[in-house]
Structure formats: structure tokens, C-alpha cells
Design a binder for this molecule. Sequence first.
Ligand SMILES: Cc1ncc(COP(=O)(O)O)c(C=O)c1O
Length: 252
Amino acid sequence: MRRLPGAGLLSRTHGGAPPGLLDFSSPSNPLGPPADLISYVLGCAAEGVYSSYPTWLYRDLYESLSSFLGFDQEQLVPLNGAAEALSLAPLALHARSLVVVEPNFGDHEVMARALGIDLRRALLTREGSSFTLDVDDVIKEASQAPKPLVVIISRPNNPTGYLAPISVIDDLSSRLPRDSMLIVDEAFIDLSPGPALRPREDLVILRSLTKAFSTPGLRLGVLATANLSCNRCTSYSNGQMHSFNAFLQQKW
Ligand SMILES: Cc1ncc(COP(=O)(O)O)c(C=O)c1O
């Protein structure tokens, strides 16, 4: 049998927990995709938008994302799912290490291994059935990690649902060592009481339209920051003219 490179990853499965177990492998909006989105996708297919290369500036995509999120267009980097940022952002920032606040999305470990960067973990603190973040623990890991450094926290956390208050994010960001970038992964923020973060200079936000609209197969996410040089580097680190499929460049 032909062995594929990285065949170990192929044994990872999505969905289908045995009875009695909760399935956290492919979580998204339990309400399912909006009817308008389904008609939009069917309309694009009927028009045959897939038969030519998309226009690479993706103006309509930027406009739609900006109006949906309420963020300025220049603060956005569209992604093929929020997960794309896990490799693009560390590449753009020339990161040598990653500090992940755990428990968290399993792809962080896969990406750190693929990029050959150091992976360190800080654990949420459990208090009965709830969780909190001890900022001191993260700062301890961050100060020992090789720089440049990326620190990732999911907000709300997957899988515990813990929503770090904005004051905790402010505290964490203000105490990180030089040459660090904080990524706040808000992939599930639309399914939580919020409030969502707004783009700012000291951190990068990730949002997932996959999760919000329950469409993992469409692959659409966004990196948002007011740190425009970080934003620019991340857009370039992809290095492709046509990164998004033609369905995503229509007005929606
Ligand atoms: C915390 C977290 N962030 C990001 C993602 C990936 O989202 P996307 O499908 O938009 O790539 C996941 C997927 O489960 C996740 O759990």
C-alpha cells in the first residue's frame, strides 16, 4: 500500500462520537446554516461561478465581511477557515514558539510540529464545574519561551465554554514579553453571550464563519487586527493570488 506523507494525520476523524460521549471533534452552530446561505450557494452553482478563476482582489468578499463584522476592511485578512491563521500568523511573525492556553483546539499542536516551533502550554484553572485563566501561568510560560512568540487563547474556550473577560485579555496582553503577539481565537463568539473584541493594535482576533453559519465545508474565517503591519504580513504569507473559491467573491 502507498504511504502518504504525514499519514498519521489521516487517522484523525471528524464527527461521530460513540453513544454516551459528547462529540467535540466538529463543533459548530447547532441551528444549522441559514436558508439564505443555502440558496446563495445553489445560485452560484447554477450560474457556474466555478468555471473561471476568481478575481483576485476579492473586493466583494472584503466588503461583505466588513459589513457583517462591523470592522474596517483594512483591518481584515480573509482566511480559508479560522484554522488557516494557525499557520499563517506564526509564519508572518517568524515565530519560534507558541504558547497555547489549554484545553484548546487540537490543531495547535499539529501546526507547531509542522512549522517546527516550540509548543508550550498553560492550563485553565478548574473551580468546580467552571474555569478561570491564571494570567501569571501564561506569563510564566511566555517569558521562558523562545522569541518571537505567539500566544493563543480561545474565547470562548473550546471545549469548556469559558469566556475570558476583556479585562483579563487586557491584563494578559499588557504583561506579555516583547516580541510576542497575542491571538484571541473568537471562532465561537457568535454562539456565546460575548461581547466580541474589536480590532486593536496589541492583538489579533480570529473569527470563523464556518462556526457561525455551520458550514465547515465552505471554509471561511477572518483575522482582524488594528496592527496593520501584522495584517499585511499575514496576507502576504499566504503567497497565493486565488486563495478563495469563486463562491466567496460574489456579493452576499
Ligand atoms: C477553537 C477553534 N478555533 C478554530 C477552529 C477552526 O475553525 P474553522 O473551521 O473556521 O477553520 C476550531 C474548529 O473546531 C476551533 O475549535
